[in-house]
Structure formats: C-alpha cells, structure tokens
Design a protein around this ligand. Structure first.
Ligand code: NDP
Ligand code: MG
Ligand code: MG
Length: 340
C-alpha cells in the first residue's frame, strides 16, 4: 500500500529559516506563494520585468522581483511558470543555484524528458497538487487541503524529502494527504491521463456521441444535453462515490444498457489505441513532438485550438447555457425571496 503523508508527518520547521522563490504567478504560482506566505514562510515572487502578473502579486502584498534576483536570494526555488517556458527561465536562474538549494517543481515534464538538467549539489523535488491552483488557494483559505504528489529526483542534502513535505504542508497539501511517487510516474501518468481519458478522450467521446445523434436527425439541443450537459451530473456522482454511486443513481435501464453496450463502444480497439498513446508518452515521442511544435510557434496547436472552438456543439452549448444561467439565477432569486 502507498504511504500517504499528513500534517503530522511534515516538519514545518524545515522551512523556518528558508526563503522560497516562487517563479510565476499564474494558476499554481499564486496559490503556492500566498499559501506559503500565510503559513509564515518567507516568500519572494520572481516575474519578468514586463509581467502581466506583477500587479496582482504586489496587490496581494508579496515581494516581487525578477526570476534571477529571486533565485539568488532563495534556498528553495519553485518553478511555476508554464512547462514550455521552464527551460528558458531555468537557463537564466541556473547560475544562482547554490549547493544545498532545492529546485522544486509541480510537474515532472522538464526533468523527466531532460529539458532541465540540474547540477550536482542541489536537491530536486516535486510537490504536485492534484487540482488547479485556484482550488489550492481556496481550499487553504477554507482550512481545507488539496491532495498532492511528492517526488524526489535528486537528494544531495539528505533532507530533500523532509523539505518537500514541509513545502507540501505550507501550501496545505498534507491537510488532505500527499502520496509519494517518482518524476517518471507522475509525468507519464499525468500526460497519458490528459490525452487518453480526461481531456482528449472525453472531448472526443462527447463530440462523437453528439455527431452520431445529430447525423441521425435528432435536434442539436437534445444531443447537447444528452452528451455534454449530463456529463457533469454523472461525473459528480463518480467523484463522490465512484462508479458504484453512479450506477446506483441511474435507472436500471441505464445501468443494464450501459453495462451491456459500454464495452461495445470502448472496445479492444480503443484499448490498443490507448496503449499506443502510452507508448508515445513512455518513449519520449510525444515530448519531442510537443517541444518542436513550440519551437515552431505552435502551428498545429493553433489550428486545432481554432477547429475545436468552431465545432457546432460549442455554439449550441453557448446558446443553451445562457438560457439555463438565467433559469439558475431565477431559481436562486426565488429561494432568496422565499427565505425573507
Ligand atoms: P501558468 O500558465 O498559470 O503560469 C503563468 C505564470 O507564468 C504567469 O505569472 C506568467 O507571467 C508567468 N510566465 C509565463 N511565461 C513566462 C516567462 N517566459 N518568464 C517568466 N514568467 C513567465 O502556469 P500553471 O500554474 O498552469 O503551471 C505551472 C506549473 O504547475 C507547471 O509545471 C504545470 O504543469 C504545473 N501544474 C499545473 C496545474 C494547473 O492546474 N494549472 C496543476 C498541477 C500542476 P507573465 O505575465 O510574465 O506571462
Ligand atoms: Mg498535465
Ligand atoms: Mg438518460
């Protein structure tokens, strides 16, 4: 069984005399910086001179300087700029890393695929909250935690894991539980998950279901509700109680039909496709492709991003969600007046 670490397993005093440089003030950056700061840790935010995030970080009361200056003052450098720009930012700050410092990540891509090769003498760790940054911040403010992953890639001080756990405590992850993994496992499972299931898989499942209904002559509105809107209700049940909660909650007809037909749709062919996707993650083919795509200014990304926006389901959804937002507000208003 996997070890899970909680508040009591983390020694916050590991960060008592440490300065943490948080590079980037986006989704994860703002959450880590503010949570650490509220936990009493000495935080300094590193942003480029013309950064659009500078005002926000300063308005939140944090010290802001350049990534190079922040890294030079810090004992722990938390790299929270987008994965695609991390190698360039790292090249700037590498000369500032001193023996015994920690390079800290929230995702393993650049270390695992050798885009960042840290020198000897420094610890390299990961604390990866399993949620968007805004939830990491909101949970912390509500005295709740966000589950996270811990990994140690390089332990030169002998304290790498202890310090990473203290960092996890500082951002609130040990309140919920921290699971130990490796940079390789975190990176490969994260990328496989977002491609095959979470982002790629689910978007294609929804669009294919929608198109099948519309092509058969059903109305786009009905197809949207059935294939997109209801997805959230089903996923909420799974989130709360697993597949069991979902099967328990739907009708017996839905359960029988789903159990007999689901594996006709997601058949062995899909499993083989998933294995192929996983191969490309494991052998580095996907990483190499994504790195060159960025070097070429993202031609494929730009085209696919636009095509997705132009899909008919997006237009139908926008129209319907507007109607239903109005309905939601009306209901809330009614509830409000009912209370009075
Ligand atoms: P964001 O895209 O939100 O980061 C944006 C921040 O990075 C901004 O402050 C931006 O400032 C700064 N930035 C962008 N380009 C540069 C640059 N060239 N030099 C200096 N600063 C720059 O990143 P995320 O928070 O999404 O991701 C950070 C890390 O966290 C990644 O490793 C990611 O994989 C990981 N992660 C993300 C999760 C998420 O839900 N978002 C979940 C778990 C892990 P500017 O105004 O200067 O552009
Ligand atoms: Mg990811
Ligand atoms: Mg139904």
């Amino acid at each position: 069984n996997t070890d899970i670490y909680y508040d009591d397993d983390a020694d916050g005093s590991q960060l008592e005399n440490a300065t943490v440089a948080v590079l980037g003030y986006g989704s994860q950056g703002h959450a880590h910086a503010l949570n650490l700061n509220d936990s009493g840790v000495d935080v300094i935010v590193g942003l480029r001179e013309d950064s659009s995030s500078r005002d926000a970080a300063e308005a939140d009361g944090l010290d802001v300087t350049t990534p190079v200056e922040a890294a030079s003052q810090a004992d722990i450098v938390s790299v929270l700029v987008p994965d695609t720009v991390q190698p360039a930012v790292y090249a700037d700050i590498e000369p500032e890393l001193e023996e015994g410092n920690t390079l800290q990540f929230a995702h393993g891509f650049n270390i695992h695929y050798n885009q960042i090769q840290p020198p000897e003498g420094i610890d390299v760790t990961m604390i990866a909250p399993k949620s968007p940054g805004h939830l990491v911040r909101r949970n912390y403010e509500n005295d709740e935690g966000t589950p996270g992953l811990l990994a140690v890639y390089q332990d030169e001080t002998g304290d790498a894991k202890e310090r990473a756990l203290a960092y996890a405590k500082g951002i609130g992850c040990t309140r919920a539980g921290v699971v130990e993994t490796s940079f390789r496992e975190e990176t490969e499972t994260d990328i496989f998950g977002e491609q095959a299931v979470l982002c790629g898989g689910i978007a294609e499942l929804i669009k294919t279901g929608y198109e099948t209904l519309v092509d058969a002559g059903y109305s786009p509105e009905m197809a949207y509700f059935e294939c997109m809107n209801e997805m959230k209700l089903i996923v909420d049940l799974m989130y709360e109680g697993g597949l069991g909660a979902m099967w328990d909650s739907v009708s017996d007809t839905a359960e029988y039909g789903g159990l007999t037909r689901g594996d006709d749709v997601i058949d062995d062919h899909v499993r083989e496709n998933m294995e192929e996707v996983l191969d490309q993650v494991q052998n580095g083919e996907f990483a190499t492709e994504w790195i060159s795509e960025n070097q070429a200014n993202r031609p494929v990304y730009t085209q696919l991003n636009q095509a997705e926006k132009d899909h008919e389901i997006e237009e139908v959804g926008e129209r319907l969600r507007e109607l239903f937002t109005w309905a939601d507000e009306a209901t809330e208003d009614e509830e409000e007046s009912a209370k009075v």
